[in-house]
Design a protein around this ligand. Structure first.
Ligand SMILES: Cc1cc2nc3c(=O)[nH]c(=O)nc-3n(C[C@H](O)[C@H](O)[C@H](O)COP(=O)(O)O)c2cc1C
Length: 187
């Protein structure tokens, strides 16, 4: 199984990247993963959609295409999802209703330094993904509050509760991804 982590934050030392790293090392050994963010992408512009697409866009679309599942890890910016993440989703959402995002099993995780853990961004991203026909794993919202307290100076996850939530969520998510893959090959 191949998982693509989609980050909402561009900065290299971001909590989103740290969380993604903590989840990556918690994945079963036979699961591959890679990480993408919106750093290299131009702003979405329908004039740029005609073939060939900008190289950075095509690379990202190919990453989404070959992933069995997506795990979004995003902060909340001004009560919403960060612009670069929305831009990435907009590029990946084409052609509408038949894009690489269609039927791609996904998990949405938000984080913030605030007690709400980016819950508004979580809800917004889930709504955005419904527009792209991207199914999201049904668990109680995976939001990480006070995220700055969860890592040590080297960026390693030190919070036992967050690790427990990761460990409690991953098996069910991966099982669902496998079920979805079987469903699409048998039907
Ligand atoms: C421009 C900006 C706007 C923000 N707005 C919010 C917000 O509306 N709600 C919130 O909970 N946190 C907000 N924050 C805090 C970030 O969500 C928080 O610092 C997060 O952990 C940053 O994630 P990162 O380390 O992955 O970049 C904002 C931060 C920035 C830079």
């Amino acid at each position: 199984m191949h998982i693509l982590f989609v980050l909402g934050s561009l900065r290299l030392e971001s909590s989103s990247r740290r969380l993604a790293n903590a989840i990556r090392v918690s994945l079963p050994e036979d699961t591959e993963s890679e990480v993408v963010d919106g750093r290299e992408l131009p702003l979405f512009d329908a004039d740029l959609e005609s073939q060939p697409k900008p190289r950075s866009v095509q690379i990202m679309i190919d990453q989404v295409d070959r992933a069995d599942a997506l795990i979004f890890v995003t902060p909340e910016f001004n009560y919403g999802i960060p612009g670069p993440l929305k831009n990435l989703v907009d590029w990946a959402s084409r052609p509408p209703f038949n894009s690489p995002l269609k039927a791609k099993p996904s998990l949405v995780i938000s984080q913030s330094i605030s007690p709400a853990g980016g819950s508004r961004a979580h809800a917004q991203l889930t709504a955005v993904l419904s527009a792209t026909l991207t199914p999201t794993y049904l668990v109680p919202s995976f939001t990480i509050p006070a995220v700055h307290e969860k890592f040590d100076g080297d960026g390693q996850l030190t919070d036992a509760l967050t690790q427990m939530r990761i460990d409690a969520t991953l098996p069910g998510f991966l099982h669902w991804v496998a079920q979805e893959a079987n469903r699409s090959t048998s039907g």
